[in-house]
Design a protein around this ligand. Structure first.
Ligand code: HBI
Ligand code: FE
Length: 297
């Protein structure tokens, strides 16, 4: 199996159709922390240690700070109640357990109320680099440190509110791309160079290296309309990453009314993930080698 980014693959973006009917309408479950086996804690430890070695100098300062101040360590799968205690004081967020992907409107409803739904299960030892639904490592290691940052905290809440609106307007695909290229796969310019803030990258060993160090992908200055029109890859590394100058950029985005923008781009074509435009400001032009080689097979 190819090395692929670790999260949100396959079924991501689709309705969580084949899951059993939820007991609660908001799809939350008990984390069942006591039921994790030693083998499951060991998978967490493997992932945690591998990623912790890679992230200094690669993850943005806000990610590293967030992690430092949370009860997240190698020893055991984190306890969501303990995470929520710390997060609540810092940014008013909570972590709630869900079985995996939940329907879009359930997801948005949680985010709009500053509850982050985290998969309670952990991937199997043979799936360290690939999985179809977000598990506790992706959701907690990847997302929760950034939720300690006030800008991201407000931005993700706004995404939840905006998701409900976008669904009504029939433009959810456009908004989902903004989430994808920021919260999941965003890069940030720091004084000392390019860093990761996207959870899909930060929780993936292989994509952490690919997104920053590989010559293949494009790295393009973030531009809202451009991103809204750009398809993404759900089953492999991204062909293009979008770069912001500061997390405050996300706060600005959270304040914009997207409705006029949806109207303006309604009849404009979408872009393929690897396409470069004359209007793009490039941080680095990709060689495209990685994805070209795959297409050639
Ligand atoms: N459910 N648990 C979970 N996590 C997600 O990231 C998620 C989801 N359901 C829908 C969804 N994401 C996306 O398709 C929306 O952001 C559009
Ligand atoms: Fe995610």
């Amino acid at each position: 199996k190819e090395h692929t980014s670790d999260n949100l693959k396959g079924k991501h973006g689709l309705a969580a159709g084949d899951a059993a009917q939820p007991e609660r309408p908001d799809w939350t479950i008990d984390q069942g922390w006591d039921k994790y086996t030693p083998a499951e804690h060991a998978v967490w430890k493997t992932l945690f240690e591998r990623q912790s070695k890679l992230l200094p100098g690669r993850a943005c300062d806000e990610f590293v700070d967030g992690m430092k101040n949370l009860p997240i360590g190698p020893g055991q799968i984190p306890n969501f109640e303990q995470l929520s205690d710390v997060l609540m004081k810092r940014t008013g967020w909570q972590v709630v357990a869900v079985p995996g992907l939940v329907p879009d409107e359930v997801f948005f409803e949680h985010l709009a109320h500053r509850r982050f739904p985290a998969g309670h299960f952990i991937r199997k030892p043979h799936e360290l680099d690939y999985l179809e639904e977000p598990d506790v490592f992706h959701d907690v290691f990847g997302h929760v440190p950034m939720l300690m940052n006030p800008a991201i905290a407000d931005y993700i809440q706004a995404y939840g509110e905006g998701g409900l609106r976008a669904q009504r307007l029939g433009v959810l695909d456009k908004l989902a791309r903004v989430y994808w290229y920021t919260v999941e796969f965003g890069l940030l310019k720091q004084k000392d160079g390019l860093r990761i803030y996207g959870a899909g990258i930060a929780s993936s060993y292989t994509e952490t290296v690919f997104s920053l160090d590989d010559p293949s992908p494009n790295r393009i200055d973030f531009e809202l309309e451009r991103v809204m029109r750009t398809n993404y890859r759900i089953d492999d590394f991204q062909e293009s990453y979008f770069v912001i100058d500061s997390l405050d950029r996300l706060l600005e985005l959270a304040k914009i009314d997207f409705a006029p923008i949806y109207d303006r781009i309604a009849n404009l074509p979408d872009f393929e993930p690897g396409t470069l435009l004359p209007s793009d400001t490039l941080v680095s032009r990709g060689t495209g080698r990685y994805h070209d080689a795959k297409r050639a097979v």
